[in-house]
Design a protein around this ligand. Structure first.
Ligand SMILES: *Cc1c(COP(=O)(O)O)cnc(C)c1O
Length: 490
């Protein structure tokens, strides 16, 4: 576990005249005919370096990354999950990789069939009448869904509904998306067990409320048992129910938002339907609506014509477009490939195994870590740090310690309901051996925290960077080559 503290940039390894190729000199005969205004005045500044050094540089840099392909990744509220390699093979096929969004519909019937089939499957899985695949992410899906809700109220000339109710435990994108869609936010409180406080909700409902946003399982991984009652109350007040289905894993094949009384929902294909998640995308946040709201979905839509051919329609436009074309097409191929390879039976197992794995870890550690909300949980749960806090070992120290054991840290200091949140989500595809080794390590760390707290507080010992100044890193990140060169990190 001995890594150099600071790995040099490829430019810093450069030596004039050194190179990693050997090509014969080539005689062009005459000067190639390049217009003067297109010619470079100076050669570009490229690193000059031998081949083994290039290969080592990038291989070693890649080893400093942590990913689902290198180790267990129990990050909560993210569902960093299994990304079957067969899906990547499907996407890499020239028949899909070489398509262009401006091709006439008649030449991309297969692609449109993939698109339409996935819309139908998601509708079935969510219990919705129709889906659009256009939005690019979960937050974008929330925005799209709220614009659908707005268009619905406008269509009934019910213009007083300018507020959206969001639980205080919601993912930060919920209030942000509602604000982007032009709504004011009304916060509803959580009970000590993390579920919505229905008495508080009652006082917030009225003719100015457009929708109630809910995440289920909620942000602390609990199933919201009050949904039927909440849905009745919200509908009675003339508002619609919005389901944040970013992490739908524990529900797959078990329960459907449409059956619970939700009117609009989104799904994160990059969390629940196997697209690799992280590094900024690409993702997709398809939006589903119940029957009666289809006409408010954004255009373009893929439609089936009487002769069985598919077409791209720009017809009824309720509130403008949310994407230039039909969205992130490669993500749809992965999602459909995932659904087809699992089949209905396999999808049913996803929810059960996600729930089983989370409860297994929770039960195995709750004697050493503080569990503020007793289970059973769904796909994830939250500890409030170590039970024994007397030695000053915090959630941050536990998270950094895990890195030395080859595990990615769980989500920390979120949700904000607790001071020392440690949010663990194993996901459904991890073996019991992996879960057991994670449990062992978490128990080791708790024991060290009691017997040798300085050891835990000094971790990590094996990473290129261990204790950066976090405030400084957030406020003044060094993002350019020259500055990084001038100030090697410590
Ligand atoms: C991840 C997540 C989102 C946002 O999804 P993005 O694709 O990151 O925009 C919204 N809600 C919940 C509950 C999430 O976990």
């Amino acid at each position: 576990m001995n890594k150099t503290l600071y790995s040099p940039l490829i430019f810093e390894l450069s030596h004039k005249g050194r190179h990693g190729y050997s090509l014969p000199d080539y005689d062009y005969g005459s000067e190639p005919d390049i217009p003067a205004n297109l010619k470079r005045e100076k050669a570009p500044t490229l690193p000059e370096i031998d081949e083994p050094s290039v290969v080592r540089h990038y291989t070693n840099s890649s080893n400093n990354n942590f990913g689902v392909d290198t180790g267990f990744y129990p990050l909560g509220s993210c569902t960093m999950k299994y990304n079957p390699k067969v899906n990547e093979a499907m996407v890499a096929r020239a028949s899909v990789a070489d398509l262009h969004p401006m091709q006439p519909a008649a030449t991309v019937q297969g692609a449109l069939r993939i698109y339409r089939t996935l819309e139908r499957y998601l509708s079935e899985i969510g219990g919705m009448a129709e889906f659009t695949l256009n939005p690019f992410a979960g937050a974008h899906g929330e925005y799209t869904g709220l614009m659908v809700i707005r268009a619905y109220h406008m269509s009934r000339a019910d213009e007083a509904r300018r507020k959206v109710i969001v639980p205080d435990s919601a993912h930060g994108t919920n209030p942000a998306s509602a604000a982007m869609a032009g709504f004011d936010i009304v916060e509803v409180k959580s009970l000590p067990d993390g579920t919505v406080d229905i008495d508080d909700l009652r006082t917030k409902l009225g003719p100015d409320i457009a929708a109630m946003m809910m995440t289920n399982p909620n942000t602390v991984g609990m199933f919201e048992k009050g949904i039927p009652q909440i849905a009745d109350m919200v509908h009675e007040a003339g508002a619609l129910m919005y389901y944040d289905g970013a992490n739908l894993n524990p529900m797959l094949g078990i329960a459907r938002p449409g059956d619970m009384g939700f009117d609009v929902m989104h799904i994160n294909l990059h969390k629940t339907f196997s697209t690799p998640h992280g590094g900024g995308g690409p993702g997709a946040g398809p939006v589903g609506v119940r029957s009666g709201l289809e006409q408010f979905l954004p255009v373009p839509r893929v439609i089936e014509k009487a002769d069985g051919m598919l077409d791209i329609e720009f017809g009824h436009d309720a509130f403008g477009r949310v994407s230039a074309w039909l969205g992130n097409f490669t993500v749809y191929i992965k999602a459909l490939s995932y659904i087809l390879t699992l089949g209905a039976d396999g999808l049913m197992k996803v929810g059960k195994l996600a729930t089983l794995n989370a409860n297994y870890i929770m039960e195995s550690l709750k004697d050493l870590y503080e569990l503020p909300i007793a289970g059973p949980c769904k796909h994830e749960f939250v500890f409030d740090g170590l039970r024994d806090k007397s030695n000053g070992v915090t959630t941050m120290h536990v998270a950094k310690s895990l890195l030395d054991y080859g595990f990615h840290a769980p989500t920390i200091y979120f949700p904000l309901l607790f001071h020392e949140s440690l949010m663990i989500e194993p996901t459904e595809t991890e073996s019991v051996d992996t879960l057991d080794s994670f449990i062992d390590v978490m128990r080791n760390i708790a024991r060290d925290a009691a017997e040798n707290p300085d050891k835990v507080k000094g971790a990590p010992y094996s990473t290129p960077i261990s204790h950066p100044d976090e405030d400084e890193a957030a406020l003044n990140p060094i993002l350019t080559y020259t500055r990084l060169c001038a100030q090697p990190t410590s």
